[in-house]
Design a protein around this ligand. Structure first.
Ligand SMILES: [Zn+2]
Ligand SMILES: [Zn+2]
Length: 381
């Protein structure tokens, strides 16, 4: 009996020791994710220029190999790619860069959409033909994507504590919401998170991403896809108010730190006729929460939109610098509309301007995260 107890005790100690090691080992940086890039440009022609790494080969879907350091890829009939390299050409449904041993090639390269953009990336590359467009998909470690999104969202001169707070939010979103797209885990625009490539490598971004490796926000043991936005309207909004859905542990908090930010208060003046023309709609009616209060919803040609849906609808056709947020009131004088609003962005989760101001006032990363996410835990994974 005593012997059985000793064996049980040893087994418990082994289990507990494994558990504590598991808690301390930061494994999330090694997770690899995929991102489809450049979709905003609907590329039909793409140039791949290899910058660094052993010379790759381009593997066509049919097993054919092209060699070179520059490949030009075109859509040939909507479903196929035509590829031209330094000295040969070929066709296939998809292509990827491989090593001479046939393994996925990982290195640094530039993707160029002629007349549109040129961006530098580091990772593995696959290009797929989809619906008449080329879809480049890049696989890279989570840590590299955190740094890249951070460099796309923030400035290297932002306070270092704020950069760490933002890195934790970015990592939490990535780890909690893989598989958002058919061809890749994420896209590179605001639908997921903005990623403008691996070209910006300033020290503050590297430092913030590395110092927070493995740190995420959790609720009930699960990583939470925490949203963030530029500036809240004074009180952050709930996912239910803005998107009609809940996100575990994301609630509304009084911010108190972004009152001096540039877009904390904004106005926009437009004639009703101009607004109808921009939106290609014949009637727009404003429905207030109560007389004299802010707009609760907008009836556009009979369809009832939330203020967030209206902001997105206008932003897509007219840019994001007209109606900055979903918290606004409208006053009407003859045919002129005056919008008076607060905040920039959807208003849910982390208020970037507030977090920057808290950083400048000397608050720690954990204090800032606890302020905006009082129901979440800061954890190592
Ligand atoms: Zn997306
Ligand atoms: Zn705020």
């Amino acid at each position: 009996m005593t012997r059985q107890l000793i064996i049980l005790l040893i087994m418990c100690l082994v289990f507990l020791s494994c558990g504590s090691n598991r808690g301390k080992t930061r494994t999330t940086g090694k997770v690899v994710v995929s991102v489809s890039v450049l979709s905003l440009f609907h590329p039909r022609t793409l140039t791949v220029r290899v910058l660094r790494g052993t010379q790759p080969e381009l593997l066509l879907g049919n097993g054919r190999i092209l060699r070179g350091s520059m490949f030009r890829i075109n859509i040939s009939d909507g479903k196929k790619l035509a590829v031209v390299s330094d000295d040969a050409n070929g066709e296939g449904r998809e292509v990827c860069l491989v090593t001479p041993a046939g393994k996925p090639w990982r290195g640094e390269f530039v993707l160029l959409v002629p007349g549109e953009t040129e961006r530098k990336y580091r990772g593995e590359l696959r290009v797929v033909a989809d619906d008449g467009n080329l879809v480049p998909v890049i696989r890279l470690p989570v840590g590299d994507l955190v740094r890249g999104v951070l460099a796309s969202e923030c400035s290297a001169s932002d306070p270092s504590v704020f950069l760490r707070v933002q890195a934790v939010a970015i990592r939490s979103f990535i780890l909690a919401s893989r598989g958002r797209h058919e061809l890749a885990d994420f896209c590179d625009n605001t639908h997921c998170q903005v990623w403008l490539g691996s070209g910006k490598t300033e020290q503050p971004f590297r430092e913030a991403a590395e110092a927070t490796t493995g740190i995420v926000l959790t609720a009930n043991g699960h990583v939470v896809p925490v949203p963030y936005h530029a500036c809240c309207p004074g009180v952050t909004r709930t996912p239910a108010e803005v998107w009609g859905k809940t996100i575990p542990g994301i609630t509304s908090v009084r911010c108190g730190y972004c009152d001096d930010a540039r877009h904390h208060v904004w106005t926009w003046k437009v004639t009703a006729e101009r607004l109808r023309n921009v939106l290609h709609e014949s009637s727009i009616e404003w429905q207030n929460e109560s007389p004299g209060k802010g707009v609760a919803s907008v009836r556009v040609d009979g369809s009832l939109l939330s203020t967030e849906q209206f902001r997105m609808k206008l932003g897509r056709v007219s840019g994001w610098n007209k109606i900055y947020s979903n918290s606004f009131a409208v006053s009407i004088s003859s045919d002129t509309l005056l919008f008076y609003g607060h905040g920039f962005g959807h208003g849910v989760g982390l208020c970037q301007e507030g977090a920057k101001a808290m950083s400048r006032s000397g608050y720690s990363m954990n204090t800032i995260l606890n302020h905006y996410f009082p129901m979440l835990r800061v954890e190592y994974r």
